[in-house]
Design a protein around this ligand. Structure first.
Ligand SMILES: [Zn+2]
Ligand SMILES: [Zn+2]
Length: 145
């Protein structure tokens, strides 16, 4: 809010859910944790946003509580991953794969690197954080931020 950002649009695979959202930047991060890999059929690449989605087809959005600390939104028709939300925080991220225009995105971090399986590696030169480092970073950032 108040920052110079941009508006992005996206949709699920079948088109039953469409969204537009303001994002502060076009920086994405990738999570290699086992839950994200099960959910996304690969590492989850997310674009942070402020939690406010303008939705078309909101009735088709299902919300799954994947752990005590997070929920994930998905299309109830085609199963596409849509967003991740760290409960009790303003940390939301959109599935980068759902965006209509994926130009100009920049991969800025890789998290849960300690859970990444050995069969793939990203060539992008980014900071890599373990799960423990990610939780420590969230615990030390003020929730009112
Ligand atoms: Zn769908
Ligand atoms: Zn994850």
């Amino acid at each position: 809010m108040g920052m110079a950002g941009s508006t992005v649009s996206g949709q699920c695979l079948c088109g039953a859910v469409k969204f537009t959202v303001d994002v502060p930047k076009r920086d994405v991060d990738v999570c290699h944790c086992s839950m994200c890999r099960r959910w996304s059929a690969g590492p989850y690449i997310g674009l942070p946003y402020d939690g406010v989605l303008a939705l078309e087809g909101a009735d088709n959005v299902g919300v799954y509580n994947s752990s005590e600390w997070a929920e994930r939104g998905f299309c109830k028709v085609c199963g596409s991953s849509l967003y991740y939300h760290l409960l009790g925080s303003d940390h939301y991220s959109l599935s980068a794969g759902a965006l209509d225009d994926q130009s100009g995105l920049q991969l800025t971090a890789q998290i849960f690197i300690d859970e990444k399986p050995a069969y793939y590696d990203f060539a992008n030169d980014t900071p890599k954080l373990t799960g423990e480092e990610v939780f420590a970073a969230h615990a030390s950032s003020p929730e009112t931020e």
